[in-house]
Unconditional design. Sequence first.
Length: 185
Amino acid sequence: VVEVETHASKGLPAIVIIGDVSRVVDEAKDRLRASFTNSDLLIPKKRITINIAPADIKKDDSGLDLAIATSLLLSSGQIRQSADLDKTIFIGELGLEGGVKNGRGIIGKIIYAKKLGYQKFIIPSESLNQAKVIPEATLLPIATLRELYMHLTQTVVIKPLLTSSEPVKDRPLPPNYVDFSEVAG
């Protein structure tokens, strides 16, 4: 679990991402610009510094895009801070058109965050079927950055989905199922 902080200051308009990030994460600034523009949201014409902490751990995941976008909305005053926001995990990659895309490893991310005490997760709509297998999680599926903005401003509230407290049971195997242990070579 990482924390995303955003600071806007006077200076030439630019977005700088710091905190030992890979090229994939650094490219988020271009996805942010396009996604904000195509979602009719504003990026302040300031020098924006985005810190992804802790700085000593390498970050290599485009699934941070949604958290970065939320932090930018918060620092620019487009949404308000709330205690609920601090207890929410944001997972998803932004598309240039403003959509929110499925990233890799969403089940593992949610399971790990749950172990740390988090219960509420804003995730891409296309990840919902995967995430529903995790017991006792509150999921808010979103399809676009605009939809997230509307939810966070209480304009159009997304109804949370509470997953079952029962773990998903294994389905019976079909009669023609081939077990990979039977494959040689």
